[in-house]
Ligand binder design. Structure first.
Ligand code: ZN
Length: 436
């Protein structure tokens, strides 16, 4: 294995788009026949679909219905099983676990040995793209009970990393993460954006312990603008790239390459991703924001067919200079994070982007308040950093309010809070008034 190779799998990652589309067509045709004959959930849903009628990817989109997490939950009841989408014998399962989802009833996914091997391979591409190399020591802070936690570890091992320091990611454990990092000096961090921000504050508050040791980090949970990335470089000396995607149902992710022009979807030869208008289900127009829909045709145990992720993405145009031919996405928001204001709607990603364009607002954690009656003013709650004195906060909030009014073209009301609600390692971006 050479550290000098540019891509983990040049043949797959640099594949011509036409060759990839041919693979995708063959993949979805095979998958359709597979699930129709094996999946208790799909047998009924696809009763009217003739696999031989799918001759193009457009046919596939036209003939196969979209599916949702609620469809899976309904099938769990109907079939009387936690795995109504299981297409292999139970004894073939090598990994299974709950989704990390925090809302609604728990769902599950499973992998057979081939599924797992391929998913690890995709994860190796992802890590290589983010700059992880065999000599690195990885500190891995992820939800420990999901299949993703296993697969991240196995993917890093496939890249050649030997030493992996594992932990959960809980806001209350930040002092331990910092202590472990200072003691064992990992070179590479994988964690939530909010976790690294909290670790940086913890390290600054206890300077006698020394700086954080990382050279690189993969951050999850938010898109970072170039200014926020530059701030991590200048204040912590850490080169950061972002990771986002579908941990709970798919274990499929995108990561940025060194060009930082969207996150490469590393599994284009093993999955089909569509971007649709969430209101109509039709393909989103070129360059428009839409909902990501995934068919993971490489899977055998619990594959998904045109699964609505409820994630809004933007597709980046053009070809990336890194040599990867995969499409690049920026995950903008959950559909559920839409906050109606003054006859329009704001998503948290717009506020994150606007904040990152201001010196005071960069890398601040925030929540938006969603009111039961649509308001005329958007309420933005900012988490007061320890370095910002309480008596100075009001003036900064006023400046940021002016900045956001102009950037969002909406009246806002901005104030600092000493605490904001969290879900796992993420700050809750939208607080419903009923629970505020
Ligand atoms: Zn690239």
């Amino acid at each position: 294995m050479s550290d000098a190779r540019a891509l983990w799998d040049a043949a797959a990652e640099g594949m011509a788009p036409e060759a990839r589309q041919a693979l995708q067509l063959k993949g979805v045709q095979t998958l359709l026949a597979w699930v129709k004959s094996r999946s208790p959930m799909q047998r009924e849903r696809l009763a009217q679909v003739d696999p031989s009628a799918v001759r193009t990817l457009a046919d596939f989109a036209a003939l196969v219905p979209l599916s949702t997490k609620d469809d899976l939950r309904a099938a769990m009841d109907r079939v009387g099983s936690a795995l109504p989408h299981l297409c292999v014998p139970r004894e073939d399962i090598v990994l299974s676990g709950p989704s990390a989802g925090t809302s609604g009833r728990q769902t599950y996914q499973a992998f057979d040995a081939q599924d797992l091997d391929r998913n690890i391979e995709l994860t190796a591409r992802l890590f290589w793209c983010s700059g992880l190399r065999p000599g690195d020591v990885l500190q891995l802070l992820v939800t420990p009970f999901t299949p993703a936690a296993d697969i991240f570890r196995l993917g890093a091992q496939r890249v050649g990393v030997k030493w992996i320091i594992r932990d959960n990611h809980e806001p209350t454990q930040v002092p331990r993460y910092v202590e472990v990092a200072r003691s064992l000096e990992p070179s590479f961090l994988q964690a939530g954006v909010a976790t690294l921000r909290a670790m940086a504050q913890q390290a600054a508050a206890t300077p006698e312990g020394g700086p954080l040791p990382y050279q690189r980090a993969i951050l999850m949970g938010a898109a970072l603008g170039p200014e926020a990335r530059e701030q991590f470089r200048q204040t912590l000396g850490v080169e950061v790239t972002t990771l986002s995607g579908q941990g709970s149902d798919f274990n499929l992710f995108g990561t940025e390459c060194e060009a930082h022009d969207g996150e490469h979807w590393h599994g284009e030869d093993m999955t089909l991703v569509e971007v649709i208008d969430p209101a109509t289900g039709a393909p989103a127009r070129e360059g428009e924001v839409g909902e990501m829909v995934i068919t993971d045709f490489y899977r055998r145990a619990t594959p998904h067919l045109r699964w609505r992720t409820e994630d809004m993405v933007r597709v980046h145009p053009g070809v990336c200079r890194c040599g990867r031919t995969s499409r690049r996405f920026t995950l903008l928001d959950r559909l559920a994070n839409r906050v109606p204001v003054r006859g329009t709607a704001v998503y948290p990603f717009q506020v994150e982007t606007a904040l990152s364009r201001s010196e005071d607002g960069r890398n601040l954690e925030f929540s938006l308040l969603r009111k039961t009656v649509e308001p005329q003013v958007l309420e933005v709650r900012l988490l007061r950093p320890a370095a910002l004195a309480a008596d100075a906060a009001a003036a900064v909030a006023r400046r940021l309010q002016q900045h956001l009014d102009a950037e969002l073209d909406l009246p806002t009301q901005v104030c600092f809070h000493d605490d904001l609600p969290r879900v796992g390692y993420k700050t809750l971006r939208v607080i419903d008034e009923t629970r505020a």
